[in-house]
Design a protein around this ligand. Structure first.
Ligand SMILES: Cc1cc2nc3c(=O)[nH]c(=O)nc-3n(C[C@H](O)[C@H](O)[C@H](O)COP(=O)(O)O)c2cc1C
Length: 234
């Protein structure tokens, strides 16, 4: 690494966090449009550009949040996930990692390990976009295949990096997929449109504990296998 100098792109990527508390400062629509245009330079197999984005703010956002809150408060309401984001049965190292990040978040919030009610309340903040002024929903055509979902991931990643470049923060949110029917109705999604995830967008509140914990990463030595002769010449 001695000869590698970190640059602005590195900083935009490494400066991103899943931010879970936002200031009320509005985000100009022109800036959102700019970020989405930049993100659309993402590559996609066959240049299919399979992304569709719904931007929600103000009254429509508040109405969706109220509907979701009412649904959550309805006895027997479970929601119906649009697709399984996680495996049914956990295994290592993934089980430990998800437990670890949840532990860090709840510890930052001062929520005890057995305080299920406080955990639920914190989780429900997802459906208010953690107080962000802007919500985004990322959709694609359900007739497309897994390759297009890979393209979607690149697009969504670009949105988060581009947002950082403008001092904005994000939290990608799979939580909404459990409530796909409600979201689809509110957004007026076409039958063939599937919403893959939501996202909170805004300016982070630097004083809130949920934004003040580290999310660890395994070092490259854990996930990289070098097969070529790199290092021979060094
Ligand atoms: C597609 C996707 C969906 C996610 N859904 C949620 C979510 O619903 N709620 C949440 O609080 N975090 C969500 N996250 C954020 C992850 O928990 C977070 O990225 C991870 O813990 C690493 O932390 P970091 O992003 O701050 O580095 C999601 C991340 C991704 C990529």
């Amino acid at each position: 690494m001695g000869r590698v100098v970190p640059n602005d792109v590195d900083a935009a990527i490494t400066g991103r966090r899943a931010v879970r508390a936002f200031l009320q400062d509005p985000v100009p629509l022109a800036l959102i449009q700019h970020i989405l245009a930049v993100a659309s330079r993402a590559p996609s197999g066959g240049n299919l550009q399979p992304w569709k984005v719904h931007v929600i703010t103000g009254g429509p956002k508040a109405r969706l949040e109220r509907t979701l809150a009412a649904a959550l408060a309805t006895p027997g309401y479970r929601g119906k996930p649009a697709y399984p984001y996680y495996p049914d049965r956990w295994f290592e190292p993934y089980d430990s990692r998800r437990r670890d990040i949840a532990r860090r978040l709840y510890a930052a919030l001062g929520i005890g390990r057995r305080d299920v009610i406080a955990m639920r309340r914190a989780e429900a903040r997802n459906l208010e976009f953690f107080g962000a002024p802007v919500g985004l929903f990322f959709c694609t055509d359900r007739r497309l295949e897994a390759g297009s979902w890979l393209d979607m991931g690149m697009f969504v990643g670009n949105v988060m990096t581009a947002a950082r470049g403008h001092g904005l923060d994000t939290c990608p949110q799979a939580s909404f997929i459990s409530h796909h029917d409600i979201v689809a109705r509110h957004l007026g999604l076409a039958e063939e449109e599937i919403m893959l995830c939501g996202m909170a967008l805004g300016y982070r509140d630097p004083d809130r504990p949920e934004n003040a914990f580290e999310s660890p990463r395994a070092p490259p030595s854990d996930f990289v296998t070098v097969h070529a002769g790199y290092g021979d010449a060094e």
